[in-house]
Design a protein around this ligand. Sequence first.
Ligand SMILES: C[S@@+](CC[C@H](N)C(=O)[O-])C[C@H]1O[C@@H](n2cnc3c(N)ncnc32)[C@H](O)[C@@H]1O
Length: 225
Amino acid sequence: MREFIYYSRTAPTSGSYVTEDLQRSGRIDIAIHTVIATFFLSHKIRTDARLHLCFAGPPDPPKHLELKPVTEGKTGIDKIYLAKKDVSGVLKKMLYKYREGEKKEVFPGFWIEKKGFLEVAKGLTEQGRNLYILDPKGEDIRTVEIKENPVFILGDHKGLPLKELKRLKSYCTPVTIGPKVYFASQTIAIVNNELDRREADGRLSPSQSDLSLEDNTDDNISDAE
Ligand SMILES: C[S@@+](CC[C@H](N)C(=O)[O-])C[C@H]1O[C@@H](n2cnc3c(N)ncnc32)[C@H](O)[C@@H]1O
């Protein structure tokens, strides 16, 4: 399992703050693109990825939205119909359904809770996971050692805040994807590709759930390409 943590200092922390103008809704448009880059393949939804969206914008920060979409079973009962054109609707509903004091599963494989960014990252290291910060000044992703079940952390349009970055660098490996500064979603696409290539040539073992990739079809995706 590969995981991504996307931190946004401005993304809204209540459903009522998500308007039709997604850019003006605390740049939630970027979070939406990260969802698409994490999970959508051509005519398939990835089953080998999990995404943590850490939102720190108004009115009630922080919020941790965890996504590991269920792809098996009946749509509407066991899983939701995930469409690229309505990721905003899914995130908005998750924010609306937040309940104080619990980690609430809003849809199968979509949870929301009140938890800060550093706490999410720390929790994953405590589970023995290896964390990598996506940072233009890091080691080259083509040559760096990537351990099994890696977790990659990335920042918003302004990057990762310096204080948090300093803390993370004490237990995460900084990794660069190349000489330019890319969108957060482009960064995820490149990391996904690098991991796919390593798995394909045996340099990284595929997670068990990846083996069922062929089973999920357009039935899960309404706007497949
Ligand atoms: C749009 S970029 C942030 C731009 C911001 N102005 C900055 O300089 O940090 C969003 C995120 O993508 C990741 N990223 C972008 N380019 C990268 C690169 N070349 N290598 C590694 N990560 C990168 C970083 O995690 C960054 O925080």
